[in-house]
Design a protein around this ligand. Structure first.
Ligand code: GCU
Length: 331
């Protein structure tokens, strides 16, 4: 992994030397938009973004192009967010949990059981109510262009997890944010924050008892080899966010920026469709690899996590409004 990372950084440096760093001033008339991504080329996020890139290229007569670096070659999500802030790359897909570390109000979007269904989530992502939140990180050097679904997350370990008690004392990997750690505490386990690429080995070596994720990532990263029991807690539908460097967007001609914004907004629907096409295949593949799926009564988990809803909305008027706005869109 380290070798791949260094190689990619070398390539990136060469690319920047050729095309000029995006931190330099002056209006842009086109260019290569470098994008970091931590998963495979086959993943719905990658595919939706790739298609968006093709549309943008066509719409700008070939002046702009997307260049997506997959599989964490530019580092984990935390590192790639910093690459955007430094202007070394222009875009990335990172999980909402990463962005929560820059503006706590993002935690609302990643609350356990805040979405009732995929339809509800799609309504929230496409309704425009997230715009003020998405612009709120401009001062940090980046902004959110779109939210993609990543299904719902479930816990996996070596035994069935049917009640919060079953997670007692179990070290479960969570994404790196305070809300994810708190979520696991309310679910009954011990949340251990870690980046995605380290999880397999940590479970294998017994540093962790398990993890939590959606079926696609669980299968893509072969986590079933080290944690073959997948319990359907469906505890969080936390989105992935397409983020872009604000300084770069400002240097684009307004009409190009609008095109990019529109195309990325349109890609949300596309990504939901791709997700639904791939999710069954992932489950099927898990079964073929011997995974045991466990049905779970989610009510006790939901009940325990309510406290986190109160905590997340208590300190912020904006957060409370956002929370109410999201819930109002539930059918
Ligand atoms: C999901 C999500 C990723 C995230 C990963 C993780 O796959 O789509 O953005 O990195 O979970 O658990 O780290």
């Amino acid at each position: 992994m380290r070798k791949r990372y260094l190689l990619a950084m070398g390539l990136l440096a060469m690319g920047l030397a050729c095309s000029g760093c995006s931190k330099s001033s002056g209006q842009l008339d086109g260019g290569i938009i470098r994008i970091a991504y931590n998963q495979a080329l086959t993943h719905p996020h990658y595919q939706a973004l790739e298609r968006a890139g093709e549309r943008f290229k066509e719409a700008t007569g070939g002046r702009y192009e997307f260049l997506i670096y997959p599989n964490e070659v530019l580092g984990d999500q935390r590192a790639t967010l910093e690459l955007i802030q430094n202007g070394a790359i222009q875009m990335a897909i990172v999980n909402n949990a990463m962005v929560e570390n820059y503006n706590k109000d993002f935690s609302i979007l990643g609350l356990p059981y805040i979405f009732d269904s995929q339809e509800h989530q799609k309504e929230v992502f496409t309704s425009g109510i997230l715009e003020p939140l998405f612009e709120s990180t401009k001062e940090e050097g980046f902004e959110v262009m779109a939210a993609y679904t990543a299904g719902s997350r479930n816990v996996y370990t070596g035994k069935p997890i049917e009640t919060p008690k079953d997670l007692d004392g179990m070290k479960m990997r969570v994404m790196e944010s305070p809300t994810m750690v708190a979520m696991m505490k309310y679910m009954g386990g011990v949340g251990t924050p870690m980046s995605q690429g380290e999880v397999y080995t940590a479970i294998q070596q017994g540093v962790l008892d398990g993890g939590e994720n959606n079926e696609i990532t669980y299968v893509d990263l072969k986590h079933y080899e080290v944690a073959p029991v997948f319990s359907k807690t469906q505890h969080v539908m936390i989105p992935d966010l397409v983020i872009a460097e604000s300084a770069y967007l400002e240097r684009m001609k307004p009409e190009d920026r609008e095109l990019l914004t529109q195309i990325l907004e349109d890609s949300v629907e596309d990504e939901f469709n791709l997700w639904n096409e791939q999710i069954e295949t992932a489950k099927e593949s898990a079964r073929e690899h011997g995974v045991t799926f466990v049905d779970v009564d989610i009510k006790p988990f939901q009940e325990n996590c309510k406290k986190l809803h109160e905590e997340a909305t208590s300190g912020s008027v904006f957060g409370k409004e956002l929370y109410n706005g999201i819930r109002a869109l539930a059918r």
